[in-house]
Design a protein around this ligand. Sequence first.
Ligand SMILES: [Zn+2]
Length: 201
Amino acid sequence: MSDKPFPGLRSLISESPGKPITFRELTAGTRELTEAMNQFVADMNAATNTMLEIGQILKPHHQLCPVCGENPLKDTLEFRRSIAAQIKAELINPGGRELHFIDGRRLQLADMCNACDEAKIRAFMSTKLWDVWIEGFVVNGSREPAKYLGQTEALSFRDAAEHVLQRCGFIINPPIFDRQRLTYYGCRLFDNEADARASFG
Ligand SMILES: [Zn+2]
């Protein structure tokens, strides 16, 4: 911002201090005055925008986390990215309010501190014990019933299925193992016996 705004008006006043400025004198200075005013408004806008930007940056840091009420709220996007990278999850929302896991699960995240954020993510991705079953089939009159393949701890059934298949010495490359459809040579994989036996016993 200019340290001396309205130079036209200033010079007019300093020429004859205390004397009223005539309309003619004022209009003579109008062009310069208008330019000065425009510059002043532009400077103010720039300053206001800077203030707003600073406000946006500061805002998350002086609010307390609504979950624990103790830690300051932070912009957790970078933090979530690092966690996501660790657990091989994909962050699909640029706002960072959602974690999209490889197996298709999604976790909605609210504004909270890094500690609560991590706790929520870790709870969501905590492993579980999965049973893996493969359904049977009927081919050319020969019939194979459903088979129990094993049990493993994993984040998701997809991970569990892949791990158990691998452990059983099965080929886990596509298209033999279809990770999306959860099939092995077209036979569907299940996490329970009832579903696995529903079609072919
Ligand atoms: Zn918190």
